[in-house]
Design a protein around this ligand. Sequence first.
Ligand SMILES: Cc1cc2nc3c(=O)[nH]c(=O)nc-3n(C[C@H](O)[C@H](O)[C@H](O)COP(=O)(O)OP(=O)(O)OC[C@H]3O[C@@H](n4cnc5c(N)ncnc54)[C@H](O)[C@@H]3O)c2cc1C
Length: 422
Amino acid sequence: MAVVHVVGAGLAGLAAAIRLSERRQPVALYEAAQQAGGRCRSYFDRTLGRVIDNGNHLLLSGNRSAIAYLAAIGAGDSLLGPAEASYPFLDLSSGERWVVRPNRGRIPLWIALPSRRVPGTRLSDCLGVWRLARAGPDRTVADCLNRASPLWRRFWEPLARAVLNTPPEQGSARLLWAALGESFARGGSGCRPLIARHSLAASLIDPALARLGERGVRVAFGHRLRAVLRRDGRVRSLDFGERQVELGAEDRLILALPPGQTGALLPEIPVPGASHAIVNAHFSLAQPVRLPGGGPLLGLIGGTAEWLFLRDELVSLTVSAADALADEPSEAIAARLWADTARALNLPAQPQPPARIVKERRATFAQTPGALVRRPGATTAWPNLFLAGDWTATGLPATIEGAVRSGQRAADLVAGRPGKGR
Ligand SMILES: Cc1cc2nc3c(=O)[nH]c(=O)nc-3n(C[C@H](O)[C@H](O)[C@H](O)COP(=O)(O)OP(=O)(O)OC[C@H]3O[C@@H](n4cnc5c(N)ncnc54)[C@H](O)[C@@H]3O)c2cc1C
């Protein structure tokens, strides 16, 4: 039987391999690193003496492809979040706290209720969201929303920065709306915030590897693809340096690599060029703390970080579009982010607990209007070559949901069942 070769064991590659193996399709999975997960991974950190994630990852209850993937790998119950959609915020400059609480149904009654929306905002500020919904492909988030409104600083700015990992003055309005359309626009049932209960690996990666193993698929780690050899309009072989893999006449290839790697291997294919960093800080507290309301996250306004996540005694902060910050020494970043944390959690400013700063310099592509036209679809000019990855033309921002959906879609196309992955 024909083999589908999947290169890249990030979420896109894993999602593709899971879907193919569900259909008893023989799969060969290759990964350059010694572990799976790519930009969504966990590892043991000696300084903190525990497993940490490379960065906080937030899922929303409306992320249907990611939720279906979790169910498919038997990890459907491995996420944690409040029973109802709620987003607590703290303005570090004024000390003011509030909770944004969308109601469950699709009709956004909550924006009419001052107690459920951002303080100091009017109903008319909230209705500005329709300008996002109607935005043309060349519009940025800042083009569509009123930057003078308190809603900008207290909601849209941190939300858009987190979703697009791009400053909202440059980020694509259309992409932000695509994400909101599948979550907030569906009401509270679509935008419940969810995080991995223990670690990213425990939820999203290890169960997938176990499920693949049960089906006879093992990842060939340490396999960095160096060239894709094409002849007579088809991919013929894969060059992994010390190992060459010949493709049979019916074999297929799914490349699930980051954009830079794909562009280097296949220069004919346009890929988004620029990227942005995400900086994460992890602090190991002496004892567990709880956020007011008991949820796992807190939006921070007026500090360095935009979001604070809590898992027992591990507090983790995220700074998106953090290219300038990533150039600073880790000690300086830790001091700055601990100052925000201590204020947010009412903890002593000194001593600073053990910290780990993780700088992901190419966390996602720069999600600007200009980059949208450089996102290729899953099919290519070579009939046995398919593309996956969060940066391909999913119609969504570069997120877990986009990565998983791209892998599922590539798998469906390989199996001749287009459309099932969408
Ligand atoms: C710090 C951080 C925070 C994030 N926060 C969120 C969040 O809150 N919510 C959310 O939804 N998303 C978030 N994301 C985005 C999310 O992690 C990505 O969209 C997703 O993991 C991308 O998966 P992928 O499979 O497309 O790519 P990758 O994860 O990049 O997978 C590609 C794989 O290919 C391998 N590879 C590369 N080159 C080669 C080669 N030549 N040969 C073989 N293998 C190769 C890599 O090692 C990697 O394993 C965040 C990302 C980061 C970095």
